[in-house]
Design a protein around this ligand. Sequence first.
Ligand code: ADQ
Length: 506
Amino acid sequence: MSDIDLLDLPLVLLSNRGPVSFDRDTSGRTVNRGAGGLVSALSGLAEHLDDAVWVCGAATAEDAAVAAENDGGAILVQTQPFPHAVEGDPDGPSIRVRLVVTDPAAYADFYSVWSNPILWFIQHGLYGRSLAPVLTRAEHDAFERGYAAVNRAYADAVADEVRSRGGKALVLLQDYHFYLVAEHVREQCPDVVLTHFVHIPWPGPDEWRVLPGDIRERLLRGLLGSDVVGFHTRRYARNFVLCAGELLGLPINLDELTVQVNDRTVRARYYPISVDPAALDATLASEEVAAHVAMLRYVFLDDDRQLVLRVDRTDPSKNVVRGFLAFGTLLDQHPELVGRVSFLALLQPSRTDVPEYADYIALIGAVVAEINARHTKEGRQPIDLRMVEDFTLAVGAYSICDVLMVNAIADGMNLVAKEVAIVNRRGGVLALSEMAGAHEELGEFAVTLHPFDVQQMADALYEALVMPMDERHRRLAAAAEQVRTHDVRRWLNDQLVDLRHLAGFG
Ligand code: ADQ
């Protein structure tokens, strides 16, 4: 059964970044389609339904202009066939989008103070580690004026769309920006079927105790307005249920992963997100990637040399600095590898307006400079650090690397590991953090990294680099099979099957 057949209800989606965004150039208004597996999968669903709408933030000035022209209501936007893009096909499918405009100061408090870094840091074990004061009066005020106010505005937009569909709809909310939305929507539209998917880790009750009781209670009660709260792994789902029991005192069932909220049963479920293998295969087959591969082979792989790769945002949770320290340790302890192994890091600068992120970029640069100074041999530097966002370059590098390093200290899933499993053609070994959600599915085919143990990571890199070729190919094939049979459509489909069941349709 396909996901498209499952919906007997209208669909309302909510995410911070939407499926399309508008801009303006000399020729007039332009439409850009959002990238990534999540947007593709949800767009594919929304485009195929007559009565679907995607509520999202107005991200550009042109988005705000479009919203104003339509009095804040939804508009129908022509998109391209899913999933392979054909620019501006007027006969192609369309998607109904409602762009929400909020006060810029409130949005800044919502996004750059509370969503990132506070919630992101708590959920990745990074909160309060520096000596900087946390939760001053300014942050308290930012919760009300920013996070709560913006959540209310988005909830009102969602409720408005539900009401205009007769008050009964399937509502899919995405991520940590919107923990208060489900409760507000349910207050206004009690007949909705509502799921909230959390894309990042959910830690246990003690980690949440860093927040004042009233705030953590509001976040949890907000999420419990859902029928289903979705996570990537069973561990996160279990932690959520434990939080409801310990922090709110609600009755819970840890075997069934349920929370009782008055007469409603809220279910925590886990659906591991994944990639779109067909789209990745198509990207790999493109001329652009072929050109990158030729260049990368020439630079890194002549003369039987080997390549370690990482592809990440410059987010402290990705643990980039300790990854380089482990590589430096590897070269210290195995001097025969100096000049024989390179480390290519494609890092996309991320959230640079947040001081911790800007500091982290500076630290990455300093650590790389030090290791390169220590281990440059015959003019060849061991680490090639490129601060770029270039997906075709990343796919080219994925296809030819010997080792992919993912050493996050916490990561909801980590799609990079799954992308490499699909496109690598060299028996590449996944060196995968035990703290990444992807480790639950792919750990048995990987060498496991302990993200806080630099020596262990150096040893694991060595194990990967000297692994016999037949073993490397065997593991890669098994990882690829796992990802191909558990792709992003399955992630969505499994949620819809559960929701359909809950809504009483079978
Ligand atoms: P992210 O933290 O962004 O996602 P991830 O899942 O690895 O992490 O996805 C990153 C995506 O960006 C991948 O598709 C990758 O190819 C791309 N990318 C990263 N660096 C790039 C670069 N320098 N150039 C080009 N492309 C780059 C959050 C959670 C994850 C969860 C996803 C989806 O933190 O744990 O897997 O959402 O739920």
